[in-house]
Design a binder for this molecule. Sequence first.
Ligand code: CAA
Length: 284
Amino acid sequence: MEIKKIGIIGAGTMGHGIAMVAAKSGHEVIMRDIEQNYVDNGLQKIDKFLSKSVAREKMTEEEKKQALALIKGTTKVEDLKDCEIIIEAVVENIELKKKVFKELDEICGPDVIFASNTSTIPITEMAAATSRPDKFIGMHFFNPVPIMKLIEVIRGLGTSDETAESVVALAKQVGKIPIEAHDYPGFISNRILMPMINEAVFCLMEGVASKEDIDGVMKLGMNHPMGPLELADLIGLDTCLYIMEVLYGGFADSKYRPCPLLKKMVNAGYLGRKTGRGFFEYTR
Ligand code: CAA
């Protein structure tokens, strides 16, 4: 099935990023959040990013206008009922996500595909909260969405081949490279990335080196574009902790135990860039 109209639930960092790449590739997009100011904030950020793209000569003013004209914001979930796929990008809370999908399940026709942008919540479990596990899939985008090339496509236990094929085709149409994974905790990306970040926090806690030097080793020695502590600040320390807890619980293996310093930072409210302070400090 060719997908032309895309619904996005959530206008936050991931939601508005997904809306933008979808519109840039000519798809009609309806982006929904619970309050108008969240919707407006997402739309403003899209406008700002596209204006920078024009300034960087990555797109023309006309292309920017065309992309913006394809995106509509709303607070009403019913406005998404005519979409061919709905991509959910709300906060990482399984109960909230199940609630969102149950509501959508009642509103949308049986052919509509449901995709979750979760970084770690089991796809199979969310799919089971709907009447369409065959039409349910993980579509994991990476931050910053307009720049990162990957979409990790995760099949739940019941996901049909047809759904996976449609979503793989859509990922290519929006200019990304899809890589498929099966539904195990952390999929591929966070099963590998998060233990690395967690280990960097252990290094800091144990005084192996300063935060600058821990990041410096990974940047200069491994050619990572960002050090793990700076990357944790970009992702959000609360998200990092949550993912470690999912890995720890999901595998029941102590090698995934979250670092106590990571927990302490989250308890202090030092969540990274979004709060202005994580391992590093940021001026807003
Ligand atoms: N429009 C178009 N292109 C833009 C742009 C804009 N407004 N802003 C930036 N770009 C382009 C730049 O032109 C550049 O492209 P070229 O190399 O083709 O010129 C590219 O984006 C990089 O931009 P910058 O040079 O300004 O930025 P940078 O070199 O400092 O890189 C970064 C920034 C891309 C974030 C880089 O540091 C990076 O890749 N960091 C790692 C990010 C990462 O690992 N993300 C994944 C996090 S995990 C996750 O999201 C999922 C999860 O489950 C937790």
